[in-house]
Design a protein around this ligand. Structure first.
Ligand code: PLP
Length: 397
């Protein structure tokens, strides 16, 4: 008998499974709106000019690849702190932030989860209903019991804010609350600044631990605007966790560049927290990889490259917004009776289209238009060439 004879086949990852199905689909008109990846108007994954420039400069001065420090490249960690909290913010200047380079945003979440498990093994985790698929699995695999807080209300196509507040008010002290800092995945509905102002006192009064997942900084309203929510939590004096991803904002998906930042009460506490985060990293994968972090650090720390990045990021953001409007207009022109203008109120890469599971399956099987069964579509994969076909297909289902 084999050691593995009782091992069960794990379910396929819902999104990556969809990708496999898409790749195998012979339909020449097929469109992949399943995975959360930004494509340009030619349907190509962009390689940003700022990234190419940074890589060219690196090629001209080839560097040996020693081990990085456990917490990553210092210039990278400092650039992350400046981006997330503001270079001149008191919290950064006073040394209260502990930041480690991580393997993508997922890695940042996982380092935070493992550290939190040691800190408070009994804590529960609450994620939004619905949330990014991996939130539940990631925190559950770190040993936590994972529940949800009310978030999306399908009937009104908006956030059920009263429900969310009530759920947070009912949470036990110490509960870890995973919040989407901006561009909520999968719904595309964010809290307003005024709503955040109501969430923060509840987090504070109930003694909850806010873990802000910021995978899309710059894709919503702008880099500063999207990051403003972090400043609100810091201003309230809360000890928070922030995971950062550069997968989308630098189009560096495969390089796995992200970070975890933890805000402590003072410099000494931050140093102790950092020492524990380093243990988590050391015992998982020892230290992070070099290339992606070096590219992002080079871009963020060079004024000209930084300006170029901001320009390229804003072009991606603007293109997605334009596609939302084109989608709404195209659906109307294709004969969809229902008012679909809610799509322009959503923000970020995704749209919760309101289509049912059956409609999504038909879209996939009959038209080769791939979104998730929940009705989520990646607006960032629409372009001037595929939009008419997508609109016509949706109109038919
Ligand atoms: N968090 C959310 C909400 C996401 O949507 C994603 C990616 O889709 C991530 C985290 C993970 O980002 P990364 O690919 O950098 O690990």
């Amino acid at each position: 008998m084999s050691l593995f004879s009782a091992v069960e086949m794990a379910p396929r990852d819902p999104i990556l499974g969809l990708n496999e199905q898409f790749n195998a689909d012979p339909n020449p008109k097929k469109v992949n709106l399943g995975v959360g990846v930004y494509f340009d108007d030619n349907g190509k994954l962009p390689l940003l000019q700022c990234v190419q420039a940074a890589e060219k400069a690196m090629m001209e001065k080839p560097a040996a690849r020693g081990y990085l420090p456990i917490d990553g490249i210092a210039a990278y960690d400092n650039a992350v702190k400046a981006l997330v909290f503001g270079a001149d913010s008191d919290v950064v200047k006073s040394g209260r932030v502990a930041t480690v380079q991580a393997i993508g945003g997922t890695g940042g979440l996982k380092i935070g989860a493992d550290f939190l498990k040691k800190l408070n093994p009994q804590a529960r985790v609450l994620i939004s209903d619905p949330s990014w698929e991996n939130h539940r699995a990631l925190f559950a695999n770190a040993g936590f019991e994972v529940g949800t807080y009310t978030y999306y209300d399908a009937a009104t196509r908006s956030v059920n804010f009263d429900g969310m507040l009530a759920d947070l008010r009912a949470a036990e002290p110490g509960t870890i609350v995973v919040l989407h800092a901006c561009c909520h995945n999968p719904t595309g509905y964010d809290l307003t600044p005024e709503q955040w102002d109501q969430i923060i006192p509840v987090v504070q009064e109930r003694g909850l631990v806010a873990f802000l997942d910021m995978a899309y900084q710059g894709f919503g309203h702008g880099i500063k605007e999207d990051g403003a929510v972090i400043g609100k939590f810091v201003a309230a004096g809360l000890n928070i966790f922030v995971s950062t991803s550069f997968s989308k904002s630098f189009s560096l998906y495969g390089e796995r560049v992200g970070a975890l930042s933890v805000v402590a009460a003072d410099k000494d506490e931050a140093a102790r927290v950092l020492s524990q985060l380093k243990i988590v990293v050391r015992t998982n994968y020892s230290n992070p990889p070099t290339h992606g972090g070096a590219v992002v650090a080079a871009v963020l720390n060079d004024p000209a490259l930084r300006a170029q990045w901001e320009q390229e990021l804003s072009e991606m953001r603007v293109r997605i917004k334009a596609m939302r409007q084109t989608l709404v207009d195209g659906l109307k022109a294709a004969g969809v009776q229902q008012d679909m203008s809610f799509i322009t109120q959503q923000i970020g890469m995704f749209s919760y289209s309101g289509l049912t599971r059956d409609q999504m399956v038909r879209l996939r099987d009959e038209f080769g238009v791939y979104g998730t069964d929940t009705g989520r579509m990646c607006v960032a994969a629409l372009n001037s060439k595929n939009i008419d076909y997508v609109c016509a297909s949706i109109a038919k289902v």
